[in-house]
Write a protein that binds this ligand. Structure first.
Ligand SMILES: Cc1ncc(COP(=O)(O)O)c(C=O)c1O
Length: 389
């Protein structure tokens, strides 16, 4: 089956965060959702659920758990997920927030590797903790973890948890098995619980996969939980559904307690229907989407090499978020993003949103039709060229 990602319904005036936050003449390539309609099987499943017309409280059925287990087994080699290992919830943010609550006490430190997803910071703070920041290091244009610094932070007795992002938003790395294993070993050695946010795990360069943290050796897995969701790859973030998965029954119990304390343990009836249709029936759509996204990535990369080589970017291994190094143009990403939005009419995220280590970078969301991307690229180039510090 072929899918058309070139044409999408207009999202202007649909209460879209992405499209309706700024003036209507601004092309928004900022917040992480896509402009594409969801896969046909998901639309059909939602329509069937809607046609029923009754939307009372719903149990999470066995086939929901079966869909998750089958998906992760066949797509990612993660075997043996059972119902008892899964806690459904309303989003990945509530998921990792509950895990932080379960594994820290106020005053503790939680490791984050910056630049990192901006909503990691409030989740740490809202649980009364502080971030222990381990900036990623860029070597030959590729971001890597600083394992020595990680070990030092983990060894601090105030450090009790680590928020891992795999694939990593915003630098686009898909961590290797070796890297994940080192993280797992360091954290286990120092009694630091690993919370692995894998929301972007389906969005990897075509032909490549990702390594679920839960496929590491079992002693490392027992010291972790995974937060995942079909919302990013299938563009159903507004439907709000996610899962926490943990192998160890004690871990499940502890996080279940925290998620109940936070009162976010019920799910949306549409979320259940959408997840099943995504995992059971939308594999072909997802693969076609990845081909399309990485054509977009190639277009952006080649355009910058040709037109503005002083702006560089690491290879995009995962996510649909490109990380543009604009330090040669302006050291302040906020000023640059404001200029681009107000004068060039294109909205990107300033890198400073993702921690100090993101200063001087911009995050570009390429999950849009090619025509939108081409128009945005032209505005972006002229905005970058016209910027005067
Ligand atoms: C790494 C990461 N985690 C979590 C989220 C948000 O998850 P949710 O909308 O399910 O709360 C995002 C959204 O961009 C993200 O990039």
């Amino acid at each position: 089956m072929t899918y058309n990602f070139d044409t999408c319904p207009s999202r202007l005036n649909t209460e879209s965060v992405k499209w309706d936050r700024y003036a209507p003449d601004v092309l928004p390539l900022w917040v992480a959702d896509m402009d594409f309609q969801a896969a046909p099987a998901i639309l059909a499943a939602l329509q069937r659920r809607l046609d029923h017309g009754v939307f009372g409280y719903e149990l999470v059925p066995q086939d929901y758990y079966d869909a998750i287990a089958s998906w992760f087994s066949r797509r990612h080699g993660w075997e043996g997920i059972t119902r008892e290992m899964v806690i459904p919830t309303t989003g990945v943010i509530p998921a990792y927030s509950a895990a932080i609550k379960a594994y820290t006490r106020p005053g503790d430190r939680v490791i984050v590797q910056t630049p990192c997803y901006n909503a990691f910071f409030p989740a740490v703070r809202n649980n009364g903790c502080r971030e222990a920041v381990n900036p990623l290091v860029c070597r030959d244009g590729r971001f890597e973890m600083d394992f020595e610094a990680l070990e030092e932070l983990a060894a601090d007795e105030r450090t009790t948890a680590m928020l891992l992002c795999n694939p990593h938003n915003p630098v686009g790395r898909v961590w290797t098995r070796e890297e994940l294993q080192r993280v797992g070993e360091i954290c286990l050695r120092h009694g630091v619980f690993v919370i692995s946010d894998e929301i972007h795990c389906e969005l990897t360069r075509p032909g490549t996969g990702y390594v679920p943290f839960a496929t590491l050796p079992s002693e490392l897995v027992r010291n972790s939980c995974t937060c995942c969701s079909p919302t990013k790859p299938f563009n159903i973030a507004g439907i709000q559904i996610a899962n926490i998965i943990a192998r160890d029954p004690d871990v499940v119990r502890r996080i279940d307690r925290a998620i109940n304390d936070n009162e976010c343990c019920d799910v949306n009836v549409f979320g259940v229907a959408a997840l099943k249709a995504a995992y059971n029936e939308s594999e072909g759509w997802l693969d076609a989407l990845r081909d399309y996204l990485w054509e977009n990535e190639r277009l952006v990369r080649e355009t910058f090499v040709r037109e503005l080589p002083s702006v560089t970017m690491p290879a995009l291994e995962g996510t649909y978020l490109m990380w543009l190094d604009c330090r040669s143009i302006c050291p302040s990403s906020e000023r640059l993003a404001d200029h681009l939005r107000d004068n060039a009419k294109v909205a990107l995220c300033p890198g400073s949103w993702y921690g100090e280590a993101g200063e001087g970078f911009l995050r570009l969301n390429i999950a849009c039709p090619r025509s939108t991307l081409l128009a945005a690229l032209s505005r972006l180039l002229s905005g970058l060229r016209s910027f005067r510090p």
